[in-house]
Design a protein around this ligand. Sequence first.
Ligand code: GNR
Ligand code: NI
Length: 174
Amino acid sequence: MPLLTILKYPDPRLQRVASPVQAVDARVRTLVADMLQTMYEAQGIGLAATQVDVHERVIVIDVSEDRSQPLVLINPELVWASPERQRSDEGCLSVPGIYDGVERATAVRVLALNEHGQSREEAAEGLLAVCIQHEMDHLLGKVFVEYLSPLKRNRIKTKMLKRREDAAPARGAA
Ligand code: GNR
Ligand code: NI
């Protein structure tokens, strides 16, 4: 079981807009460590604080094969996005089992603090660029299914709500 509980779509808390971190202190470093552990245990390549019901601008990512290259982005700001865009299949720990195509900028540059409070600019392309944009959307209260057609999104919503019911049957149910 992952350390922190990951909110599942369509939980309205996934729509909250995160606030900037005021100070990268021990509390924030504990949050980062807990988020990394949760991401690795859930076998995700990224996790935004919003998904664990913490509404601050904190992201953890690791797109490496051997899960050895954690990337911590605090108060991330997109400084550049390529005009070139590419569609790729995305999934989300908050929408388990659903994968669909989303169009994103092919490459981005992002300015962020790390867990030591140091400012760094990261250049990203490929899966890392996709993941950074996916996580930054979470901080704005946006889940990738919002890019899909209303028909697909509603089907996913119904499926998730049904699954939630099955997982927690009403008292007195057989
Ligand atoms: O684990 C994840 N995989 C993934 C695959 C394609 C595009 C984006 C992602 S992010 C996702 C983890 C997650 O939900 N992060 O918010
Ligand atoms: Ni996600």
